[in-house]
Ligand binder design. Sequence first.
Ligand code: KIV
Ligand code: ZN
Length: 391
Amino acid sequence: MKLEKIEIFDTTLRDGEQVPGCKLNAEQKLVIAQKLDDLGVDIIEAGFPISSPGDFHSVSEIAKIVRSAKVCALSRAHKKDIESAAQALKYAKKPRIHTGIGTSESHIKFKFNSTPEEIIERACEAVTYAKSFVDDVEFYAEDAGRTDNAFLAKVCQEVIKAGATVLNIPDTTGYCLPEEYGKKIKYLKDHVQGIDNVVLSTHCHNDLGLATANSIAGAVNGARQIECTINGIGERAGNTALEEVVMIFKQHQHLNFTTDINSRMLTELSLLTSEMMGMLVQPNKAIVGSNAFAHSSGIHQDGVIKNRETYEIINPEDVGVNKSSIVLTARSGRSALAYRFKNIGFDVTKNELDTLYVEFLKIADRKKEVNNDDLNLMMTAFAQTANYEHR
Ligand code: KIV
Ligand code: ZN
């Protein structure tokens, strides 16, 4: 059966860039945008042009250099924002304006001091105005995760009539459970006239650690675009991690989805983004964390040395990592020690290994991780006392 394509909308340079502590200058944004284009993302959200002259400048420079992906600029439902976005996208080959407004009760009441009717009117005006500049207009219903489904459907229906080509259903506060979010997407599929002529998009935040699960539930229920960021960075606890959704679709072919992402570039992109932004990636981060393919307990190491698939569901080469690593700690066993000795050129017999292992544990308890220098020193000392012949 033919796999269905999910469009990857990368918002590393917009939702990702707005986080505290992130440091990116215009040149670095250009480097990342170029790499995202090479990676195969379908849409690059380059920034929020009205927010500052610097952001306007970087969106317009990115628009000039990106060759394949659509370039998108964010705006609120304000004429000035939309004009600024259109201006910044002037040189884009495939421009998209992303405009929208809050639709949940709390946004309508506290943020806008408005009414549901007025919100629909403002949403439609924004889409119509954006449409006077570009064909491709994405509408976001901010806080859709906590918006009543019937009202959300009404908003969606009206903005489709106004010309929206993509409907973004953000779980802005990361509140939804996967089943609930999936049902929301399905509800819109079933209740909004014209929905089959537009693309439904997920945009999930990670406040409860469910961003990726919610995005997958969205796709299963009819969304065909996922908004995400490299390393899952983004407002507060972050957004859906691009590398996670891409690898989930690869590992679970029965879902019947595919993306155009070259997964072998994922590690490179993760490192580049982390270094340029000055945002560390947690070692246990799925797919791209430094421990994602590192094995340190004896039981696991023994399995992986015999056959990688005993403890790995992803071939590290598929995400651009040369190979899995066997980390030597006090939890490691003899087979891991023999394996690492062999890697640096020493074959040891079972008896020799028994003796070396005792020494190894003393060092491991002291040092936490035993490296190749330690192993070489151990072997030099051992050779002097035990008549070891290099083999
Ligand atoms: O989280 C959100 O709702 C957003 C919108 C601006 C799309 O980032
Ligand atoms: Zn967001």
